[in-house]
Write a protein that binds this ligand. Structure first.
Ligand SMILES: Cc1cc2nc3c(=O)[nH]c(=O)nc-3n(C[C@H](O)[C@H](O)[C@H](O)COP(=O)(O)OP(=O)(O)OC[C@H]3O[C@@H](n4cnc5c(N)ncnc54)[C@H](O)[C@@H]3O)c2cc1C
Length: 370
């Protein structure tokens, strides 16, 4: 793996030349930006340094910047970037070295595109819903059964990373190739946004996974989730920041002249910019800690919730500032409002984050009182 510095200029050039012209088609016609996603991997956009050296200066922060730059052009593409990066992040920390060796390079380079079907597990672990996949242990491998209603960044010859409840107790996590016998996917109902993220409904019927497709066995699972979760959450902040930046641009374009009356609106460009700058600084700090496995969960959950709240505020401000022109179906403000809502509903949704934050705060005050 070439660990030379991925160039943000080269990535930005690809975002503007290859992705920007597709932004409306991605949103309106559900075009999946596959060529761009693969090229981004070749440019080091998914964190080339993950493979080479965990302490390399190009870390999680770099990937967050990439997600933000992509998200400023297309939230759906930024979500696909998050899916790809997050799978690389899981694989980078896989407790089974053979699984890391089998898939990490290809995922980081964007040669093997990958989806993360972890929403159900994350909600299950937070006490919100039942786990939908079960696994029967067979030696060092497993046989999977169950359904996942929504998983993005998927097609033929992709990889999907999921977790399941194991028959002998606990949970395990695996990488499944989408061509494996017993795996099937189906289209989802049409979404109001994010249609370009290739989101499918998945069914697993007696799907076999080999020992070198296991990321964590039950005895490793809790420590593994604790290691990957801050990066999982912070990557989504990158996507949210992209949406916020694009909203700020809309406010900027609709300021002054005949739009002077916009000054009477509650949220102004400077307000969003200031809140955005605080979020960027906090994200950089926590990303540096998460890179080396030292980020505490509570501040990361709070930051992820702040990103949702800011995206919602920015999306609303964008449509209000753009006015009737922004009500035209193909205007960026319309897309941004739906993308901002997605930042707040994708797992962990704002309600889920508030529950986890509440549970951790309660546990901390109980511990203090004891
Ligand atoms: C565009 C899009 C892309 C997504 N991509 C991914 C992804 O890549 N990976 C991933 O793991 N998750 C993905 N999700 C799921 C997402 O992260 C949330 O888990 C999901 O939106 C439900 O969360 P919620 O907080 O609204 O659930 P809740 O409000 O708690 O409840 C929603 C309930 O609906 C149930 N439900 C199950 N199947 C369906 C169905 N087919 N239609 C409607 N409701 C159903 C759910 O089990 C759940 O109980 C995606 C969702 C969307 C809309």
């Amino acid at each position: 793996m070439n660990a030379s510095l991925p160039s943000l200029e080269a990535i930005d050039a690809a975002v503007h030349a290859e992705l920007a012209p597709l932004a409306v088609d991605i949103d309106v016609d559900g075009v999946y930006p596959e060529a761009f996603l693969r090229h981004l991997g070749a440019l080091g956009g998914y964190g080339a340094s993950l493979v080479a050296d965990e302490h390399h200066p190009l870390d999680l922060r770099h990937v967050l910047t990439v997600a933000a730059h992509v998200g400023a052009v297309s939230g759906a593409a930024a979500f696909a970037v998050w899916c790809q990066f997050t799978c690389a992040w899981y694989l980078r920390h896989a407790t089974v070295p053979a699984t890391r060796a089998r898939y990490l390079d290809a995922v980081v380079r964007g040669e093997l595109l990958a989806g993360t079907g972890m929403s159900n597990t994350m909600k299950h672990l937070a006490g919100i819903e039942k786990i939908r996949l079960s696994a029967r242990r067979e030696g060092d491998g497993y046989v999977l059964n169950g359904v996942l209603p929504w998983v993005s960044n998927l097609a033929a010859h992709h990889l999907v990373i999921v977790a399941a409840a194991v028959d002998t107790g606990g949970y395990a996590m695996f990488a499944v190739e989408t061509g494996t016998p017993g795996y099937a996917n189906h289209p989802c109902p049409e979404f109001s946004g994010m249609e370009g993220s290739r989101t499918l409904s998945l069914r697993f019927k007696q799907v076999r996974v080999a020992a070198d497709q296991v990321l964590a066995h039950p005895e490793q699972f809790d420590a593994f989730i604790a290691r990957i979760k801050p990066g999982f959450l912070l990557g989504q902040v990158g996507m949210g920041l992209g949406v916020v930046d694009a909203c700020i641009k809309v406010l900027h374009e609709h300021g002054g002249g005949q739009n002077d009356v916009n000054a009477y609106l509650d949220v102004q460009e400077d307000d969003l910019q200031a809140a955005r700058d605080v979020l960027v600084a906090e994200t950089a700090l926590l990303a540096a800690q998460a890179q080396v496995g030292k980020a505490a969960l509570l501040p990361v959950l709070r930051l992820r919730a702040e990103a949702s709240e800011l995206a919602l505020r920015a999306g609303n401000a964008a449509v209000l500032h753009a006015g009737a022109r922004g009500y035209i179906r193909r205007h960026a403000a319309q897309r941004l409002l739906r993308e901002a809502v997605f930042v707040a509903i994708v797992t962990p949704a704002l309600k889920h984050l508030r529950k986890e934050i509440h549970d951790l705060e309660q546990a901390a005050s109980r511990a203090e009182a004891a």
